[in-house]
Structure formats: C-alpha cells, structure tokens
Design a protein around this ligand. Structure first.
Ligand SMILES: Nc1ncnc2c1ncn2[C@@H]1O[C@H](COP(=O)(O)OP(=O)(O)OP(=O)(O)O)[C@@H](O)[C@H]1O
Ligand SMILES: [Mg+2]
Length: 267
C-alpha cells in the first residue's frame, strides 16, 4: 500500500436540508482540522450531523455554507479524495471476501483478477488470510467490519472516513478491533476521521477529538489526546488515559446542557 495522508480543513461548514415540513439545519459553523496522518474523532449525540459532515467531506452532499479544503484546495469534485466506510457495513452477500475487498478497485476500473491480486496480501497481512474465499454471511460481525475496513483501505486514498465502524459490536470484539485498527492505520499512514459514540474508543484511537452539540451540530470543544503511541489495552487503566476520558465526558455533558439552555430560550 502506498497511502499517505491528506490535510483536511473545514471552515464554517453548514448544512440545511429543505423539506415539506420546513428546513432542518443539520450542522452549523463547523471548523475542523485533520492534518496529514492524524487520527481525528467526532463525538456527539445522535442526529447532530456527523454523517452529514462525512457526506460533505466525501463530496456526496454539498455544504450550504463554509469551505472544505483538502491539501489547501477547495476541490469542485472531492469524490476521489477519500474512502468512506459507511455507518452500516455494506458487504455484498453474493461476493466472496476477497471480491468484497477488491470492489473498491473494480469500481475504479481495475480488472477483477488484478483487484484480487492486490486484495490478497492485505487480507493476509491483517488476519483474514483464512477467509478470502468465504462468503460474508459465514463471518462474525467483527470479521465483517474488518473486511469492510480493508475495502476502504485498499482504495488507496489519503483520507479515510469511518462512520461508527464498530457501533454494532459487543465490547470485547470492539476492543479487539480498536487495537487492530490502530495497527493498520499506523502502517497505512492515511489521515483518518472517525465518528464514534464511545468515549473510551475516541480516547484510545485519536490524536484529537471534536465534541459536537445536539442539532444543529456545532463544535463545542476540541480535546488533544497527548498519550504515547503505539497504544495498548493496558493504557486504558492508566491515570492519564482516565483523565482524558473524564474530560471528554465532562465536555459532552456541557455540550448537552448548553444546548438545553439554548433550546429552552427558543420561542
Ligand atoms: N437527506 C436528508 N434530508 C433531510 N434531512 C436530513 C437528511 N440527512 C440527514 N438529515 C437530518 O440531519 C440531521 C443530522 O443527521 P445525521 O445523519 O448527519 O446525524 P448523525 O449525527 O450522523 O446521527 P447518528 O449518530 O444517529 O448517526 C438529522 O436531523 C437528520 O434527520
Ligand atoms: Mg450517523
């Protein structure tokens, strides 16, 4: 893999959806920076616009206001700049594991045999070598997420957008996958933007965490996670780790209660 990172900058990004029942402001005035090779997380309540922001960064939705810069440029077409792992794993049940991973390449016009040739070492290197010929329905939930993630990585894009990749998994599988993700990310070197609802996961994986308020989603605080890497499960018991977790919990509570006062002051 030859992936390196990209510098991503959001300046004042807003998104308003118009519907029959009026407009919905999903996000408003969002500033965010993810530098080359950084791991940055977004955390906030359901409906605060996290997936909307990802759709904007990926180029699937147009922002109603603000700017999205990749390596300092505001691209008209951002579709090729990032690889997106959506909130729900979308493995195709009629394709074997190797061809699910290779799908990203086939969509770029790569022939299937070449896509397989490139998918195989990736699957072997990251613990799925035995399952290349399996069908998705033969896999556990954790393995499905690994396959979906490798399909994102193989696209060879400098920016990876991971929308709650482990949301549906039990705690043990989730912890295992966090460690695995850390390893893959450190080898690939891409810039990662992750959405999570999980405080411990955000701290464990991130260089920086953006806390968002309920809708309309705004960034209410930014937390730098200055903990040594590579991170290990044992660090989760460490007082420094626990202190960052506590600060994040506090900031999330503050975002929720500030919003409560804001909403209460509306007519
Ligand atoms: N295409 C759309 N048309 C109209 N409203 C939309 C559209 N997409 C999202 N919204 C609204 O925008 C708001 C933000 O939605 P979004 O899916 O981005 O939230 P989220 O933070 O990802 O939530 P969750 O954590 O539950 O995934 C919601 O109120 C949602 O109903
Ligand atoms: Mg979402």
């Amino acid at each position: 893999m030859t992936v390196r990172g990209a510098n991503l900058e959001l300046r004042g990004v807003a998104k308003r959806f118009s519907g029959n029942d009026g407009d919905v402001v999903a996000v408003d005035g969002v500033d965010l920076v993810a530098r080359d090779g950084e791991f940055v997380s977004l955390i906030g309540p359901s409906g605060c616009g996290k997936s909307t922001l990802f759709n904007i960064v990926a180029g699937l939705e147009r922002a109603s206001g603000g700017h999205v810069l990749i390596n300092g440029e505001e691209l008209c077409d951002r579709l090729g700049a990032s690889a997106y792992m959506p909130q729900h794993d979308a493995l195709l049940d009629w394709r074997r594991v190797i061809d699910n991973v290779g799908l990203s390449l086939e969509l770029q016009g790569v022939r299937r045999d070449e896509a397989r040739r490139r998918a195989l070492p990736l699957l072997q290197r990251f613990g799925l070598g035995e399952f290349t010929r399996a069908w998705p329905w033969q896999l556990s939930g954790g393995m499905r997420q690994r396959v979906a993630f490798l399909r994102t990585v193989i696209a060879d894009r400098p920016l990876l957008l991971l929308d709650e990749p482990f949301g549906a998994l039990d705690g043990i599988t989730r912890a295992d996958l966090q460690q695995w993700l850390n390893q893959v990310w450190s080898e690939v070197g891409a810039t990662v933007l992750l959405v999570t609802h999980d405080i411990s996961e955000a701290v464990f994986l991130s260089d920086r965490i953006y806390v968002m308020s309920p809708r309309p989603g705004r960034v209410t605080s930014v937390i730098d996670v200055d903990l040594p890497r590579p991170r290990t499960a044992a660090q989760k018991e460490d007082t420094r780790f626990l202190a960052v977790e506590q600060r994040l919990r506090h900031e999330l509570n503050a975002a929720m209660s500030a919003w409560g006062e804001f909403a209460g002051s509306q007519p």
